[in-house]
Ligand binder design. Structure first.
Ligand SMILES: [Zn+2]
Ligand SMILES: [Zn+2]
Length: 193
């Protein structure tokens, strides 16, 4: 569970969504904080195989991080839905199922035919391109904007060669080392000479 997820739990946001990987297959987990419910959606329809494990992991995560002492009873919910028809569209379908569930509360209208998968991929590609934002705001090493760690101040250092930025922490140099006339060159620039 990532730091972002932990933070959301801590702030008791009503919704928490995530994508999980077991056996290299993707499935969706949506946590409804206010209803104490974990929604599990597996494009292949194999929810029963690991639903108990998901619920058990979630319970111990909450117990360890937020709900210490208080014994909330968590339920797991699954739905009937169309099944994935190929071996490669689990990621697309997971997104699609999650989106449908969050907007309408049901997932039985999600289509899994090759044609609808193709359309969905195109739509996702378009959305990614529209929302890619300013690449300069992301760390060139971890590709994230914020660090996962609990550090409150985020220090960044600029590559003298390509002028892009990296989290100080991600460079593995100490702040001390980087503060004295240090010329930082990112890995990519080093490799490219
Ligand atoms: Zn970073
Ligand atoms: Zn560079």
């Amino acid at each position: 569970m990532s730091g972002v997820a932990e933070e959301r739990v801590a702030r008791q946001e009503p919704w928490q969504t995530g994508e999980a990987d077991i056996w290299e297959e993707k499935f969706g987990v949506i946590v409804k904080m206010c209803e104490n419910t974990v929604v599990l959606i597996d494009p292949l329809g194999e929810e029963d195989k690991y639903s108990r494990r998901i619920l058990r992991n979630w319970r111990s995560f909450v117990r360890a991080n937020v709900d210490t002492g208080n014994k909330t009873v968590w339920k797991l919910q699954t739905f009937k839905h169309q099944l994935q028809m190929d071996g490669s569209s689990c990621g697309v379908l997971t997104l699609n199922f999650a989106e449908q569930y969050l907007t309408s509360g049901s997932i039985d209208q999600v289509e899994t035919s090759p044609a609808s998968i193709r359309a969905e991929r195109l739509e996702i590609a378009g959305l990614l391109m529209e929302n890619q934002g300013n690449i300069d705001e992301y760390c060139i090493i971890c590709s994230m904007m914020d660090l996962q760690s609990a550090n409150t101040t985020i220090n960044m250092v600029q590559c003298d060669h390509c002028n892009r930025w990296a989290h100080t922490e991600c460079t593995l140099y100490s702040a001390e080392e980087l503060s004295h006339d240090f010329s930082f060159m990112c890995k990519k620039c080093k490799v490219n000479g």
